[in-house]
Design a protein around this ligand. Structure first.
Ligand SMILES: [Zn+2]
Ligand SMILES: [Zn+2]
Length: 139
């Protein structure tokens, strides 16, 4: 059982469990590297950020991107084994194409017909007709 200690081998470098890339701590910027820059996957190791206290060690898949108050992007990871969600800052060398594809995924597969969206947009240009079912009375 030596694979468990990949992280401590050489100053925090590790082999990505998902894509096999050798992940070096350099290039991430000053922050701690907690996910693979190539496939953006992570491993469930923490209960609280950085504590390495979780015994799960499931693969954390990148399922979404959100923007923090300061405009910084963060990745939402979900554990394949236990479903835990966590949010992680992106690193300087994270795969930008993959980040974008995760970010636009909900837009590429909307849960409603796009024609309806167009209708809603048109309606919002005419406020009094935006919610016809509420029967707003005009003076
Ligand atoms: Zn990877
Ligand atoms: Zn887990």
């Amino acid at each position: 059982m030596t694979t468990q200690n990949n992280r401590s081998n050489s100053e925090g470098s590790f082999i990505c469990k998902v894509c096999g890339a050798l992940v070096m701590p350099e290039g991430a910027g000053s922050q701690h590297r907690n996910h693979c820059p190539k496939c953006l996957s992570s491993v469930h190791m923490d209960n609280a950020p950085g504590d390495r206290a979780s015994l799960c060690s499931g693969v954390m898949e990148p399922i979404g991107v959100w923007v923090r108050k300061n405009g910084e992007w963060a990745i939402i990871h979900r554990c394949r084994l236990c479903g835990t969600l966590s949010s992680n800052r992106i690193a300087a060398d994270d795969n930008p194409a993959l980040l974008m594809s995760i970010a636009v995924k909900p837009l590429a597969a909307p849960p409603f017909p796009l024609g309806r969206l167009e209708q809603d947009l048109n309606n919002s240009l005419k406020p009094q007709e935006a919610y016809p079912h509420e029967q707003i009375k005009e003076n």
